[in-house]
Design a protein. Structure first.
Length: 233
């Protein structure tokens, strides 16, 4: 399978890429602005596979230029089987202090990029493609909310609704679209948002679930927002 993962330099994205890259027959494009990290990931995975299984694309998603990114993707892949919109921007700041620039940045990375990249790749999806959007429990209606995360949670909530809309419109093209809303996972982003807190789930554990769902989720789900959390709500 040809797989594209954004935000693959660390955390769940990196571990998901590692898992998927080790499966024979898979080729994975990893996208992140940190070139050193994704090049190191590609080198490690390619050495294990003894072939070019991982292709790094250094790209700052917050800068836009989705057409440029798409051109670089399709230079390697004539078809895309799986797109994992994993890249995310975290902002922990009181509601009354969030600036317009900060709000735009969070929504650009968390909503606009998944929207525009998914759209730009429309001519290149294979017959039974899967678009997997990565959201957060903070973006699920009725879940516990946390002070300081209004911009982040709102953007992730919008991504969840976008998932339902995309699934409806793309069903005729045999493209499944789903969304995983993660609870607390021990990542750099969590440490940034909640210093001193230790999550009950590691990035590797969540990545194993994500990789399996990316491959097999469309057999059972389409247009679904699935909470992946040990807590209720």
């Amino acid at each position: 399978m040809n797989i594209v993962i954004t935000g693959a330099s660390s955390g769940i994205g990196r571990e998901t890429a590692r898992i998927l890259a080790l499966i024979p027959g898979n080729r994975v494009i990893v996208i992140a602005r940190n070139g050193h990290k994704i090049q190191a990931l590609a080198g490690e995975c390619n050495l294990q596979r003894q072939e070019t299984a991982v292709l790094p694309i250094i790209f700052d998603l917050s800068m836009g230029a989705i057409d440029e990114l798409t051109a670089r993707i399709v230079k390697h892949f004539r078809e895309v089987d799986i797109l994992i919109n994993n890249a995310g921007s975290m902002l922990n700041k009181p509601f009354g202090e969030v600036t317009n620039q900060e709000l735009n940045h969070v929504f650009d990375v968390n909503l606009r990029v998944p929207y525009m990249l998914s759209q730009a790749l429309l001519p290149y999806y294979s017959g039974k493609a899967h678009i997997l959007n990565i959201s957060s429990m903070g973006g699920v209606q009725g879940s516990v909310k946390f002070a300081g995360l209004s911009a982040y949670s709102a953007s992730k909530g919008a991504l969840a609704v976008l998932t339902e809309c995309m699934a409806l419109e793309l069903a005729s093209k045999h493209i499944a679209v789903n969304c995983l809303a993660f609870g607390a996972v021990q990542t750099d982003m969590l440490v940034k948002a909640f210093p001193g807190y230790t999550a009950p789930v590691t990035a590797g554990e969540m990545a194993a679930f994500t990789a399996d769902f990316a491959l097999n989720g469309p057999k059972y789900f389409n247009g679904k927002i699935l909470p992946v959390s040990l807590s209720t709500p």
